[in-house]
Design a protein around this ligand. Structure first.
Ligand code: NAD
Ligand code: UGA
Length: 458
């Protein structure tokens, strides 16, 4: 079969895999190949057990794989064949040298750019899909212009806004697709080619264009605003707990103001995920680089409040349980950083688990999708930790339950049965405010929600 276009994606992760599966699904006339340096990951993409859990992903991959969607480790071949290359490699925070802990570590990205340069035998469009610092496209253009033959590269910015757990829905019905480009005739032509791909399923008015630096910056700003909103509501949970106000009532009242809206107002043990913290710290680093210290401090506080929230949650557990956790068994309900994913990167559960272990508590961790990642995250930690998928079995004989992830299944458990099996007095710390607190209290639990007065039998 001959295809109209050859699309390559470098990086088969949480973004590369689902994004390319959606393009392949919506554009059967394009050949889409996803490559990665990690052979295990590629083998998993080619198996029945995909490397990431995402509702709806299995069906799309199974219906396109081997037809117009391919997963491979043959990066050089993929580069040679492609007309359009999406770069979707990871961009973690630098752990060494200048900017350690804040700046983006761009080694994966630079290796990719140099490999594209080395292997290309024809001109190509390069699409930044990963989240990069502002002006990365400039550096990418510089590297790609080192070519000694007639080959030409046009670099576009096309940041991804999908959220894990809802990736397929977000990709199929995006609020917007953003494409940043320069205004040269060649770049505008490249931009039109990318618009043509998305036009196969995204309404034209949702595909917006901007200058390339605005596009790169918009991605960082979007994540900063989203995280800021959660940090804002979480900062008031502390206030509510002191003043006997109820954070859910406050969120409802402010969310009905159409200027504010009601989304992203769920208070929690803290936000997690691989991107919010790294993207904000990267933004903070860039602000400082430009001498904008006040702006940097403002956004850094969004991260500080999140650290404070996680710390506060751990301290609530300690003080509620009579200031000692030594030898007590605590069951963590959920380990993923949010529901409907097995991803645990920067999950607040990692922080809480470590704090509780430091207090010499014994941990039992349950999660429908994230136990394998939890084991990796807590590997080598000196403490007693067990991993049990069934929440009834996991909480059996425990002194306390702490809800870390808002999995739907936790809302409908038989808490009478759970209470009977636990050590008394039994505690529940609801880090997501998803349970029926009054009912739990009536069963006999001492209940500690977030941002609401506790319900205790003492
Ligand atoms: P990930 O770690 O899941 O995947 C990245 C993949 O790139 C890995 O499999 C890695 O092996 C591969 N890789 C690294 N260097 C490579 C190279 N030189 N050649 C080939 N493959 C290489 O990361 P992710 O979560 O998919 O994130 C990727 C980017 O997308 C990041 O910049 C992130 O900020 C951004 N982003 C992520 C999300 C999300 O929900 N995870 C959403 C929007 C944007
Ligand atoms: C986030 C953004 O929502 C995406 O638009 C963006 O593309 C992505 O980051 C990225 O760049 O990686 P994601 O981290 O997958 O997506 O998930 P979110 O739904 O944003 O949740 C992030 C964290 O905030 C989770 O820990 C979640 O539980 C928490 N959260 C979310 C709350 O505590 N309260 C809320 O009201 C919403």
């Amino acid at each position: 079969m001959t295809f109209k276009k050859n699309i390559l994606c470098i990086g088969a992760g949480y973004v590369g895999g689902p994004t390319m599966a959606m393009i392949a699904h919506k554009c059967p006339h394009y050949k889409v190949t996803v490559v990665d340096i990690n052979p295990t990951r590629i083998a998993e993409w080619n198996s029945d057990d995909l490397p990431i859990y995402e509702p709806g992903l299995d069906n799309i991959v199974k219906s396109t794989r081997g037809k117009n969607l391919f997963f491979s480790t043959e990066i050089e071949h993929g580069i040679k064949e492609a007309e359009i290359i999406f770069v979707s490699v990871n961009t973690p925070v630098k752990t060494f040298g200048a900017g350690a802990g804040m700046a983006a570590d761009l080694q994966y990205w630079e290796k990719t750019a140099r490999q594209i340069l080395k292997c290309s035998e024809s001109s190509k469009i390069i699409v930044e899909k990963s989240t990069f610092p502002v002006r990365t496209a400039f550096a990418m253009e510089r590297i790609l212009s080192l070519t000694e033959n007639d080959i030409h590269f046009d670099v576009l910015s096309n940041p991804e806004f999908l959220a894990e757990g809802t990736a397929i829905k977000d990709l199929e019905y995006p609020d917007r697709v953003l494409i940043g480009s320069r205004e040269t005739p060649s770049c505008v032509k490249a931009r039109d080619e990318l618009i043509e791909i998305y036009s196969n399923w995204v309404p034209k008015d949702r595909i917006i264009t901007s200058n390339i630096w605005s596009s790169e910056l918009s991605k960082l700003v979007a994540n900063a605003f989203l995280a800021q909103r959660i940090s804002s509501i979480n900062s008031f949970t502390a206030f509510c707990e002191k003043s006997e106000a109820d954070i859910n009532e406050v969120a409802r009242a402010i969310g009905m103001d159409s200027r504010l809206g009601n989304k992203f107002l769920n208070s929690s043990v803290g936000w997690g995920g691989s991107c919010f913290k790294k993207d904000i710290l990267n933004l903070v680093y860039l602000c400082r680089h430009y001498g904008l210290d006040e702006v940097a401090n403002y956004w850094e506080a969004v991260v500080s409040i999140n650290e404070y929230q996680k710390e506060r949650f751990a301290l609530t557990i300690l003080s509620a349980m009579f200031n000692t956790l030594a030898g007590k068994k605590i069951c963590l309900f959920g380990f993923a950083f949010k529901a409907n994913t097995g991803d645990t990167r920067e999950s607040p559960a990692i922080f809480i688990a470590k704090k509780l272990i430091e207090e010499k508590a014994e941990l039992v961790i349950t999660d429908p999708r994230a136990l394998n990642n939890a084991k990796i995250d807590l590997n080598g930690i000196d403490g007693k930790i067990s991993y049990i998928e069934d929440p009834y079995e996991a909480s059996d004989g425990c002194d306390a339950i702490a809800v870390m992830t808002e999995w739907e299944i936790y809302k409908n458990l038989d808490f009478e049965k759970i209470y009977q099996s636990m050590v008394k007095p039994a505690f529940i710390f609801d880090g997501r405010n998803i349970l029926n607190h009054k009912r739990l209290f009536d069963i006999g639990f001492n209940v500690f929600p977030i941002g609401k007065p506790p319900l205790t039998h003492f």
